[in-house]
Design a protein around this ligand. Sequence first.
Ligand SMILES: [Fe+2]
Length: 440
Amino acid sequence: MRPTSSFSAALALALGALVPAPLLATGCSSSESAADTTGPAGAGGAAGAGGSAGQAGDAGAGGEAPAKCDTKGVSKGPWVVATDGTSAKIRWQTCVPGAKDVAITPEGGGTATTAAATETSYELTNAYKSVLTDAPQDLPGAYYLYEAALTGLAPASCFTYAVAGEAARTGRFCTARAAGDPFTFLAMGDTNPALGHTASTVTAVLAHKPDFTLHGGDMQYYSGLETWASWFPMIQPLLSSGAFFPAVGNHESEKPDEYEGYFKRFFGGAGFDGQNEYYRFTSGGLWFFSLNTQLDFDAASAQGQWFTASLADAKKQKGFRGSVVFLHRPFFTCGDSDHHPTEQASLEPAMKDGGVKLVLQAHMHGYERFEINGITYVTTGGGGGAIGDVDASLDRPECASRKVSGKYPHGTILDVKPTTLEGTVIDEKGFTRDTFSLPL
Ligand SMILES: [Fe+2]
């Protein structure tokens, strides 16, 4: 979702006639699903339609050729994706060819090892800037993406790592836990650090040392005063805290080539099976399914068929304890965004048969918890985007089953215990706003 109308109004008051009105008319409503859906074709609209302020090449207007990034050293990252019992992928990006080695050290102490990364160069053709800020532009030109594909790691273990020659470019990740082991993970969506609430929220939740983050999508907002160049340094504490598993949101494709040129290149292949757009992974006997709500996702769709079959397959695996689904557009919400009860109804039999305990949603910038037919649905879209109206659609049928709601930035910590999955919703000041317990 985008900044609320009140946020836009504040900008308008501050800047008056300097700002073209369309740039500020970014209110968040249920109509957003049809108006701003770009990128991967599927639910909600055709690829390339709509979009927000600025289109291809919107920086350097007026005939002035935009500069190219020639900064030495790591410019984005590092971050980690695709962790399983014995492997992980560490990625980072540079503007000129740079460090290819990364040192890995067991978090509990031990000898460091060095791994070499593969280098993939690519060319971006468009320049993008954010609205109304002097945030560094996303510049065209050559870039170099590095990936160290680690194998043979100790299972159920955490590691720290550091990119060679880059003392500040460090991080942490954990390999998958054994079935039944206790561990902690984080769910968060709609991070918009430029607005000033993401960093404090991240600090509060990272005190719980999650193994990994499930990001519900809408990671970065050009329309929310950010570029990818400005987003990465601001979100780095979260990226450095553990592996990062994103769902695709509508703001991952605000610009025509943003999904392919940025999001998919950085975070594609975050999990296993499926595709870049939807995938699964496992830890501790729980199976995690990322759905892409920018694509069709009812039971008859290709994604829905994959989801149904993969849920059933997971349930057959040794040590299975339950499944968790995370996606951007919510099945259920009483707030100011679209909801998708039709898709939920078509998938509910497979989710119930497949042992789904919890569905983590985003897109609506607030907190909600529903209990419906034995599955808990949590809207955890308070990662720092402008908070929306969680009560804008109280006439929807699911609102009779909403147990809790709130209008505050937050993240949701999930503690996997021997017999339960415990949820704790933490706001940007570190206060607990809700708790829930699900049997495993
Ligand atoms: Fe969204």
